[in-house]
Design a protein around this ligand. Structure first.
Ligand code: ATP
Length: 234
């Protein structure tokens, strides 16, 4: 579905990503794990078109999208749940959700998609008129996910969704990601929470200092000595 080849990104003279190549297959949960500053957000932003690339090629469903704007990637089905949620904090839950369906194709199905989101996340229905900034962190993350679903994603990319959530909420969140995936949405999950992420991912890449250092199934990486030492404190 997504094929990224030899991607490099620089911030001025600083290279944040060096020759990164990954493939995401339709229907899977693909994860990219790595510690703080490894380049995870830069990678996701490059795929969504929010960050210009210095080198490399990004193909989505067979089309070269490297030079397509972020705005034009959304209707193709490439949608991001950004790190830190980035809600419009003074707007209500429903207003935030509706913002996700601003491109023509999503607008046409706005009513049905909103019903689907409320069915999947009933707490958002209960709080639909509440101003977003008054929600708990977990509820805000749900709004960010609901808003992304309103865009009708084919590839849904999550940037550190577990950040700042309690262990119980992280468990709920990861279950929700699995449910969304089962309903036909391909998932790219970018996380520092290595153990739980590898447990739910079909395949994973490890990103270290802007390079892919390892790849394999979630289980293979959980059993890998380097992963155990560097990320699992074993
Ligand atoms: P985090 O979990 O902290 O978000 P990350 O793995 O997502 O980490 P990035 O945010 O992609 O990492 O950052 C990769 C590198 O690029 C880091 O060294 C970071 O300091 C640097 N960087 C990120 N954004 C910018 C920017 N706008 N200008 C300059 N350097 C940046």
């Amino acid at each position: 579905m997504l094929k990224v080849a030899n991607l490099s990104v620089h911030y001025g003279g600083m290279q944040a990503l060096a020759d990164v190549s990954i493939v995401v297959n339709e229907g899977e949960i693909l994860s990219i794990v790595g510690s703080n500053g490894a380049g995870k957000t830069t990678f996701i932003n490059a795929v969504s078109g929010m960050r210009n690339v210095t080198n490399g090629k990004i193909e989505f469903l067979g089309e070269d999208i490297t030079k397509i704007s972020a705005h034009d990637r959304v209707p193709l089905g490439i949608v991001q749940v950004p790190e830190g949620r980035k809600l419009f904090s003074l707007m209500s839950v429903e207003e935030n959700l509706l913002l996700g369906s601003s491109h023509t194709k999503a607008k046409e199905k706005r009513k049905e998609t909103l019903e689907y989101v409320y069915q999947l996340l009933p707490r958002l229905y209960d709080r639909r008129n509440q101003v977003s900034k008054t929600l708990s962190g977990g509820e805000q993350q749900m709004v960010a996910i609901g808003r992304a679903l309103m865009s009708q994603p084919k590839l849904l990319m999550f940037d550190e969704p577990s950040l700042g959530l309690s262990p119980l909420l992280v468990k709920e969140l990861f279950q929700l990601i699995k449910d969304i995936n089962r309903q036909g949405v391909t998932v790219m999950l970018v996380e520092q929470n290595v153990k739980q992420t590898l447990s739910i991912a079909d395949r994973s890449y490890v990103l270290e200092n802007g390079h892919i250092s390892l790849s394999g199934t979630g289980q293979e990486l959980l059993n890998n000595d380097h992963v155990k030492k560097a990320f699992l404190g074993m």
